[in-house]
Design a protein around this ligand. Sequence first.
Ligand SMILES: NC(=O)c1ccc[n+]([C@@H]2O[C@H](COP(=O)([O-])OP(=O)(O)OC[C@H]3O[C@@H](n4cnc5c(N)ncnc54)[C@H](OP(=O)(O)O)[C@@H]3O)[C@@H](O)[C@H]2O)c1
Length: 243
Amino acid sequence: MNVMIIGGTSGIGLGLARHYLQQGAHVTACGRHPEKLQGLAHQRLTVQPLDIADRDAVRRTISQQAQNGRCGLDLLIVSAGQYADAAAIAQDRNAAIPVLKVNVGGLDHAFGAAAEVMMARGGQLVAIASIAGLQKDYPGGSLYSASKRAAIAICDSYRKALEPFGIAVTTIIPGYVDTARLRELNGGDASRKPYLMKEEEAVRRIAAAIARRDERYVFPWQMHLLVRIFNALPLALKSLRQK
Ligand SMILES: NC(=O)c1ccc[n+]([C@@H]2O[C@H](COP(=O)([O-])OP(=O)(O)OC[C@H]3O[C@@H](n4cnc5c(N)ncnc54)[C@H](OP(=O)(O)O)[C@@H]3O)[C@@H](O)[C@H]2O)c1
């Protein structure tokens, strides 16, 4: 199997890269900082510098991968993601740009390019969205939440369009996963986040959902339930939660 992971240089994406290498797959891990993978040498691993916001570069990289006799492309996973909270955006409006360019535009570039090369023999597209995308009025992170809601909608559209061509689309919708990036966003310690999941456990569950070709996989269920309850609250109560 030939797997490409955009956002495969750290966190959940890197965990998935390790998983598919263990399964015997050929893996191409992409990101803006390929040097992060210097310690991970493997004969079936290709490390590729790529900025998912650069549409032409994404098309070129995916089409080269598909034409490469050794590789081809069976599974594309987009784990690349950017976060900026409302306070950061209020301070500098430019902070919103990467969130939109990566989480929304980049996902569309990658799915569009991969769909073209998979048309002939099928395949699977996967996006790592977020449970924030299911929550209406996500406290402090409304743009991130909207971008992940858009990511979920993009997956739904591609799924409908690509089903006749044997291309499956899986949307992964995680709650909090204890990655280095989440810890960094929370002053070095994410342990107070509700239903925080260990990275290895999240990777195991995500890989299983991909193997089942789930349309959507939301986890953990407790976080999903909380979000559904929150969404059902009247606006006045929600705004109390945001203070
Ligand atoms: N951790 C959580 O609690 C959690 C919860 C729900 C959803 N998620 C989502 O899960 C995904 C992975 O998150 P993570 O916690 O594993 O964070 P992470 O370690 O920061 O992973 C993000 C990956 O995206 C890559 N990336 C960022 N901007 C890029 C760009 N412009 N072009 C190409 N690659 C880019 C980064 O690599 P480079 O630096 O090399 O570019 C990195 O490999 C994200 O989409 C995130 O929104 C995370």
